[in-house]
Design a binder for this molecule. Structure first.
Ligand SMILES: CC(C)(COP(=O)(O)OP(=O)(O)OC[C@H]1O[C@@H](n2cnc3c(N)ncnc32)[C@H](O)[C@@H]1OP(=O)(O)O)[C@@H](O)C(=O)NCCC(=O)NCCS
Length: 168
C-alpha cells in the first residue's frame, strides 16, 4: 500500500483535482481538450465552492505535497449524500489509495449523520470497487446519450432498523 496522507482539500488543491478528473473522465467529453476545459473551468468552480463553503466533503490523497487522488461528496437529500467523483492519478492506481479515500469518506460522512452514500456508475466504471464497501444497486437512469447509468448506494448504517428489532 502506497503511503499517502488523506486530508480535506483546500482551495489551492482544486486545479490538481481538476487535472486528475480530466485524465480519468475525459472519454465522457469526447476529447481530452474538451474535458480539460470543462474540469478546469465550470467543474473546478463548483468544487471550489464546495471546498470554501464546506458544503460537502472533498478529500485529497497526497504523496508529499503532490495530489495523487481525490473524491467529491455532497448533500443530496435527507441524510443521503452523493459521491460526485472519485479518481486516482494514473500510475498510482491499484495501490490502495482509492480504498483509503473511500474509507475516510465513510468514517466522516457517518460521523456527520449521513446514512447512505449514493453514486452512479456506467458500464466501464469499477462496480466491484464499490461492492467491496457493500454497495447495493437501487436503480437505473438514462444518461444524455441514452446509455443506462446504474445507481448504487453504500449503507452507512443498518438499512432498516425496524426489521432488525423485530427479528430479535
Ligand atoms: C476506481 C479508482 C478510484 C480505484 O482506486 P485505486 O486506488 O486504483 O483502487 P485500490 O487500489 O484502492 O483498490 C481497492 C480494491 O478495489 C479493486 N479495484 C480497484 N479499481 C478497480 C477497477 N477498476 N475494477 C475492479 N476492481 C477495482 C482493487 O482490485 C482492490 O481490491 P482488493 O482490496 O481486493 O485488493 C481508480 O482506479 C480510478 O481512478 N479509476 C478511474 C476513475 C474512475 O473510474 N472512477 C470511478 C467512477 S466515478
Amino acid at each position: 500500500m502506497t503511503q499517502v496522507k488523506i486530508t480535506e482539500a483546500e482551495s489551492h488543491d482544486v486545479q490538481a483535482i481538476a487535472d486528475i478528473a480530466a485524465e480519468a473522465f475525459w472519454r465522457e467529453y469526447g476529447s481530452r481538450e474538451k474535458a480539460e476545459k470543462a474540469f478546469r473551468d465550470t467543474v473546478a468552480k463548483r468544487w471550489l465552492g464546495i471546498i470554501e463553503r464546506r458544503s460537502g466533503i472533498v478529500l485529497v490523497a497526497k504523496e508529499g505535497r503532490r495530489v495523487v487522488g481525490f473524491l467529491v461528496f455532497r448533500w443530496w437529500f435527507g441524510w443521503y449524500g452523493w459521491l460526485e467523483a472519485i479518481a486516482v492519478k494514473e500510475g498510482y492506481r491499484g495501490r490502495g489509495i482509492g480504498k483509503q479515500l473511500l474509507k475516510t469518506l465513510i468514517d466522516k460522512a457517518r460521523r456527520q449523520g449521513y446514512t447512505k452514500i449514493c453514486l452512479a456508475v456506467d458500464n466501464k466504471d469499477p462496480v466491484s470497487f464499490y461492492k467491496k464497501f457493500g454497495a447495493k444497486k437501487f436503480g437505473e437512469l438514462p444518461d444524455d446519450k441514452g446509455d443506462l447509468l446504474e445507481l448504487y448506494y453504500i449503507p452507512l448504517k443498518e438499512d432498516n432498523p425496524q426489521n432488525k428489532k423485530s427479528r430479535r
